[in-house]
Ligand binder design. Sequence first.
Ligand SMILES: [Zn+2]
Length: 473
Amino acid sequence: MCQPSPHLWNTCYRLLITFLFCVASSHAQGTTYVVLWFDTEDYIDPISDDAALRIANDLTAEGVRGTFKVVGEKARILERRGRRDVIEALGRHCIGYHSNWHSIQPVPAVSVQHLGFLEGADEFERRERSGFEDVGRIFGVTPVCYGQPGSSWAPQSNLALRRMGIHVYLDEGTQLGYNDQPVWYGGLLYVFNLGPYQLRADLDDDTPLPETFKQFDAAVSHFAGSSGGLISTVYHPTEFVHTEFWDAVNFANGTVRERKEWVLPKRRSEKDAEHCFGILKAYVEHAKSLHNVQFVTAADLIHIYATPIPPVVDTATLARHFKESISFLSMPSGDLSAADILLELLHVPARYVDGPTATGITTYEETTIPAFVFDSMLQDVRSFIETNHRLPNEVFVGSKTLSLVDFAATLAQHLLAPGPVLVVHGKVGFERCFSTDAQSAFKWPIHPEGFAPEELLQLARLQGWTLKPARLR
Ligand SMILES: [Zn+2]
């Protein structure tokens, strides 16, 4: 029998590999989106104004639009210093909001730490709306996104931000996250906690680029093999011209210091600063050189992600899911948050509603609920949601209560097996998306020492009813 030569085998093998690669590539079309953002916050040293100007102009020259999240006081200072050049250069990019005072106490998480969901939202809005409006007035646009100073995150901000007209939360943090990609949470598109897809070239490393490019390319090839994904890259203009943060040298550990006592952070040499601008330029040019990589701004994000309107899914599927776990559900046709599912099971038209404001408790001890009582419970919950645009903490069974979680599981059970209403105790699944370590989640040099607001994580988990993955269109 004739044996093929090793050379022929080799050729066939290579052809096969090439063929398989081509087949794989023809299906590998996911786009990598890169949101490049700059927390523009140092209102102490004027050299930071020039850094922001330089970055904005460099990006414009590259044909790339970034997102500049501007602090209220920074915008006012730019106006006072007559820096129309900086305002105009940044204005060619996307403008976001980065708190009114950034590091002046009480910072956002400190100010709402002991407040509930609703009063915390009111307080956040009271402190932040004027800064948001100043940035809007000075830049002539409505800021598109918000992100907290440092790790000073608070779940109450979501409601306030929606009232202010902001729909995108763009930042880094570990308080919540799912699958290293954006989620819908609190009625906002959350770009947060992207893990390995939070990338940047280190400005202080002598040879940061090869390693960063390797990570960047790995992310791009991962997203190419799937339906695409997002890389989030953050810098601060101040980093390019300083070796230390403007706020750390003035306001560490909750320090309060009068304006005339503020000191300037240590500056980089001109050569060093030039090196830093070069690193950003090289990073941007590398991303531009890759196939299927696209820079997006915070404003673009709203368009590249599908709307959060939940898909139509049959009630039995939703009820079975809830019996297993009170959590979001991903279907081929779209995603539903636990709140979306509950509304569907209640036959309430789909819309965004906030989660409960406190942990409800179950005091009802019977194993069944009379049908006429359950009917009035359903009506009561629908009325609560229509009136308050949020989910109730608990539902009355006569004078006793079912926690929202137990009510949801009981409703799911009843829809699957009509007849006597059996009380079922639900299991919450979405809490795995939230940090349980307040100490590390809120670690930031500006927070008072030992700041660990468990209450905020508790409120965050309650709003987990609203969480679901965000899906690219
Ligand atoms: Zn900041």
